[in-house]
Design a protein around this ligand. Sequence first.
Ligand code: 5GP
Length: 189
Amino acid sequence: MSAIAKVFVISGPSGAGKGTIMELVCARLGRLVKSVAAATRTPRPGEQDGREYHFLSREAFQRSVAAGEFLESVQYNGEHYGTLRSEVEDKLAAGDDVVLEIELEGARAVRAAMPGAVALFIAPPTMAVLGERLRGRGTECDDEIACRLEIAATELAAAHEFDYVIVNDDAERAAAEVAAIIEDRRRGS
Ligand code: 5GP
């Protein structure tokens, strides 16, 4: 592992499988931890405050924005999401590599602020598969899924901006590919 901890930005459309893949990767590799983002959306069943997200009211989120606590923050589908500086800085200071699972605008902002960050894009095999996955997980209503698919088309068009594009045709295979990339970058290649 290199002496300086690294930031890995993982982006890609909602439903592409970023969370599943990174859970597998973090379990496989040591010293790689997920930054817990702040969000104003309602928690899904089973989600816990401080684990999936720091769930904030809009007012609390705006206070954190005003206080300069975010490395980046965006509006996505009517809700606010943001990466807290403290989440990233504390983990890097502890010597862990940090994973940011964020959408396209946030990924662009982090790369501008931290040019050393390594950016990976997780793509679904096709838009049809993405639609099936979003419907299959059953956590969003039809309107919400339609909005997410619209955003996904814009995100897919920007895949070439990333250092790596990984197609999630199979979560285990994609996780192995991501883990290999991270190990490579840790060796400094
Ligand atoms: P979801 O509501 O499905 O949890 O997240 C919606 C989208 O917001 C996903 O693409 C997710 O990766 C992204 N996201 C989650 N946290 C952040 C964040 O802190 N910053 C940005 N820019 N995007 C985020």
